[in-house]
Design a protein around this ligand. Structure first.
Ligand code: GAP
Length: 432
């Protein structure tokens, strides 16, 4: 399995991920996503949205504000409960999460550690021109609360009946004590969250159903079975709102760790928001004539965690004539570029023809063009960023108006007439 240093170096060199604010020495826990990273992230989000919202008739979307009325966090319990236990080294003054250090000894210098104190990991800011206690607000640590406070709005406007869900993708912020392991634990990240509202009593069945569906999503996008497993989170480790949680775990280079959590949040959040806001956040069941607070099943995934896991899962090295061939076997739907257009030589009129072909492909799929160095080198460059199809324009093209499609995984080459190129690529992507 690829180690994080190798992956970090590939990500930086090829424009997937850069350290945040790098010219100022970086900023712990913040990352910038480059031209390839932005595409991979977008594809992950799009796949999630397509599966969770577009293809279903019982889920609608939402895009709520990041900064919410601070009473939200009082109601949700985050002001009191969203805490980590922090210890500080009495010698070097470094800070750690208490659950990540053994035997009260500083992992950095071996010095003694302080008593643990509670640290709320929500980022604080001020709204308006006065920096007073009354103006304090928080950057949301989960997107879910934007969904709960809009439950009534969405229910009324979408006219959905239970069971139904509200999905949201957006930024979340956590002032992690120890960000690290590349992007695994960041301070700014994105969540893809679904709050699926169900009738109490049907929650356990729906919980299992969503665990299965989310696992199947990762598998469909190419996650190897040996890289995924489920973990039933014990009661003492669960969030304050959860009756049951299953984590989908991924085999990272540093060990198994949470990729996504699926929680049974019961009626906790809607009940609390109902109490604190005074709004009635209930559902009237026309079939039974009952009014109740729905239960909520929540699959919650991180875009950056998935990004990292998909890269690790896809990374392969294999020996070849020039030493080692690095291939990112990303699912074609996730690959930043679907197609690279490569003229065999930089000579005219080959380049002109290749540019014509690129112009033909561009409106249909995300693609790139490369005419620098040998064709073998260019194939390697595309393999290393996961491009599933290379389209080569050679001198024969000028005569037969056909190009060669080379497949990243099989390395097989097939001749295709240019007028059929777009549909040939589309067919391959649809079959993947
Ligand atoms: N609404 C539920 C919730 O936020 P969570 O387990 O704290 O639950 C859900 O977070 C997902 O968000 C995680 O499984 C992970 O993918 C992602 N995530 C959480 N904290 C993160 C961090 N500091 N950096 C990157 N991703 C994070």
């Amino acid at each position: 399995m690829v180690d994080l240093d190798t992956l970090f170096s590939l990500c930086k060199r090829r424009g997937f991920v850069y350290p945040g604010s790098e010219i100022y020495g970086g900023f712990g826990g913040f990352w910038d996503y480059g031209p390839l990273g932005v595409e991979l992230k977008r594809n992950i989000r799009d796949e999630w949205w397509r599966t969770i919202v577009q293809e279903r008739d019982d889920v609608v979307g939402l895009d709520a504000a990041i900064i919410m009325n601070p009473r939200t966090w009082e109601a949700s319990g985050h002001l009191r409960e969203f805490v980590d236990r922090l210890v500080e080294c009495r010698v070097c003054r470094q800070r750690f999460r208490a659950d990540e250090v053994a035997e009260n000894v500083c992992p950095s210098c071996g010095g003694p550690l302080s008593e643990a104190r509670l640290f709320n990991t929500m980022f604080k800011t001020f709204v308006g021109p006065v920096e007073s206690e009354a103006a304090v607000a928080y950057l949301r640590p989960e997107t879910a609360q934007g969904i709960f406070v809009n439950f009534k709005n969405v229910l009324t406007t979408s006219r959905k009946k239970l069971p139904f869900g509200i999905a949201q993708i957006g930024k979340a912020f956590r002032n992690e004590i120890t960000p690290g392991r590349f992007t695994f634990r960041s301070r700014e990240f994105e969540q893809m969250e679904l709050e699926f509202f169900v009738k109490p009593g049907t929650d356990e069945e729906w919980f299992r159903c969503w665990v299965d569906q989310r696992l199947a999503w990762y598998r469909r996008l190419g996650m190897k079975p040996e890289n995924l497993k489920l973990h039933e989170v014990p009661a003492e480790e669960r969030a304050h709102y959860s009756k049951a949680t299953v984590d989908i775990m991924f085999r990272f280079p540093f060990g198994w760790a949470e990729l996504e959590g699926i929680a049974n949040r019961t009626d906790f959040d809607l009940t609390r928001h109902g109490q604190v806001s005074g709004e009635e956040l209930t559902y009237f069941d026309e079939e039974t004539g009952q009014r109740y607070v729905p239960y909520v099943i929540e699959p919650s995934a991180g875009v950056e965690r998935s990004f990292l896991a998909f890269l690790i899962n896809a990374y392969e090295e294999e020996p070849d004539k020039e030493g080692v061939r690095v291939v990112l076997r990303l699912h074609p739907r996730l690959a930043p570029y679907k197609v690279a257009v490569l003229p065999l030589s930089r000579k005219e009129p080959l380049v002109e023809k290749a540019r014509e072909v690129w112009a033909l492909v561009r409106p249909h799929v995300m693609s790139t063009y490369d005419d620098a160095q040998s064709i073998g080198r260019r194939y390697r460059r595309q393999d290393e960023i996961g491009t599933p199809y290379c389209v080569t324009i050679d001198f024969q093209t000028l005569e037969d108006n056909a190009v060669t499609i080379r497949d990243r995984d099989t390395m097989l080459q097939e001749r295709v007439p240019i007028p059929e190129l777009v549909s040939a690529i589309r067919d391959r992507l649809a079959a993947s």
